[in-house]
Design a protein around this ligand. Structure first.
Ligand code: SF4
Length: 355
């Protein structure tokens, strides 16, 4: 079958240059879905070992559905965006118990799954079921914007429409899976955000950005992400070899994971004020022995920058302490703490913590 030059060049390039990634060797929708959820906001090199761990621990969607949530979060630890792990688990349960272990087989039906957006639904539908629906991720936006010289803001509703229609018009009906993989891989390896390899590019001849020297300005993206700063002081309360933690509520960045007692503010100055006004700390002050304070850790998330200091504190009278501490906190043995799912920042701190 003859394809337009753009498609021909991209698919040809892919055959020669594609990376051998484990999820490319399967058409099992469960494994493809797993890889897509893991790779959201995560680089391939970082996501690959997680994918391997998950496939090995849970070879089928039913195995994942039957796993305890803490175990799933523990395996996910370090990937961030923990709502993805919780959605993954909830969706596995849904497919196992409500859909008789059968993955939906169409783009429209896949879209209804929790945590599955347009991109993921298109990826699963095309890779597993060869449905000709185009994927549209950052790599695809970049390749299309540059090659066709499109200046529409990719983060605007108009951008979604223009690029959505264009990408859908290009997808070959008989090889939607290879084409979708190919254009994303091309964006990831060849037409990269900085320093695209235009000198050795099979698309250079017809590429508008190359012809007009606009590689650095395309694609156009105007929306700026506002980064929120958070200053946190964690208190690692211990009594003998027991440590106080709580499970975080599910609607925040680390929902479902365990962390320590914390005081938080939006600036370093306000944090000092907040600590001075923290009733529980004031009320317990004669019952606490302040031990080592950590260095300041800086932790960067997409929309947040965290400045975190850990303070180790020994509790003298546990009974008195437990009468006053908020009820969501529990003392755990050191071994139990190691097994709990925790934000990677906490795990890092505990790795250096000396009992
Ligand atoms: S010529 Fe350069 S900008 Fe154009 S598609 Fe190739 S790598 Fe991208």
């Amino acid at each position: 079958m003859a394809y337009p030059i753009f498609v021909e060049a991209i698919v040809g390039w892919y055959q020669l240059h594609k990376r051998d990634l484990p999820w490319r060797n399967t058409n099992d929708p469960y494994q493809i879905w797993l890889s897509e959820i893991i790779l959201q906001q995560t680089r391939v090199i970082q996501g690959k070992p997680y994918y391997e761990k998950f496939v090995s621990a849970y070879p089928t969607v039913k195995d994942l559905a039957q796993a305890p949530e803490d175990e799933v979060l523990r395996l996910w630890q370090g990937l961030g965006y923990y709502s993805r792990a919780r959605n993954l688990h909830a969706t596995a349960k849904y497919i196992t118990y409500e859909c008789n272990e059968q993955f939906p087989t169409t783009y429209e039906a896949l879209l209804k799954l929790k945590g599955v957006g347009k991109y993921t639904a298109a990826a699963i539908a095309s890779f597993a079921f060869k449905e000709p629906v185009a994927v549209l991720d950052g790599n695809v936006f970049r390749v299309l914007a540059r090659y066709f010289g499109i200046e529409t803001d990719i983060s605007s509703p108009k951008g979604s429409k223009v690029f959505g229609e264009l990408s859908q018009s290009l997808i070959p009906q008989d090889i939607p899976d290879s084409y979708n993989q190919a254009i994303m891989e091309f964006g990831a390896l060849q037409c990269t955000p900085q320093k695209p390899n235009c000198m050795y590019c099979p698309l250079a001849e017809g590429c508008e950005a190359f012809r007009t020297g606009r590689q650095a300005v395309l694609p156009v993206k105007q929306k700026k992400i506002k980064v929120k700063k958070r200053y946190i002081r964690y208190y690692l309360f211990n009594h003998k070899e027991n440590f106080l933690l709580k499970k975080r509520s599910k609607d925040d960045i680390w929902g479902g994971l365990y962390d320590f007692y914390a005081v938080e503010a939006t600036s370093a100055e306000n944090l000092q004020k907040a600590i001075a006004q923290e009733d529980f700390l004031q009320q317990q002050k004669n019952n606490l022995l302040f031990r080592k304070e950590s260095k300041q850790y800086t932790h960067i998330l997409t929309h947040q920058k965290l400045y975190v200091v850990f303070q180790a504190v020994e509790v003298v009278d546990r009974e008195y302490f437990e009468q006053e501490v908020p009820s969501q906190y529990t003392f755990f043995s050191w071994t139990a703490v190691s097994d709990l799912p925790k934000p990677i920042l906490i795990a890092k701190y505990l790795n250096n913590y000396q009992l």
